[in-house]
Write a new protein. Sequence first.
Length: 137
Amino acid sequence: MNELQLKVEALRSKLPPDRPYVEVDEGWYGLVTDCDAELAAMDANYQLLQVKEKFGGLRYYFIPSQGVADEQRDAMYEVVARYEKIASQTCEATGEPGVLMKSPRGRLKTLNPEYAAGTAHLQSYVPVEHKWVRLAP
């Protein structure tokens, strides 16, 4: 195991025993371990509930320890939001820049388009075109 994989194993030990899975691909390992390090520096006893990919985005669920001030709790949620935003632009597989892509069956993943095109099981993914709708005032 490399150093990053060892950090992910340590992160798994913080998860509930009935769900000790870090459900992200290797391209996001650095993001989730860095997020954990920042949160632990703010609240060493925070409780990690779940780390996963959903709809092509990072989901990092946690609970601050009891007695954490509102300002500190809010700052912890801002840390998670920042890492979730970074993940939305980072290939899940490689850690390189990525975009939201969709399979013919509707599965969403954040991938590097060049990597996806050259990887057999990802070749059918295409970038998602965002269509913005302006609502009337």
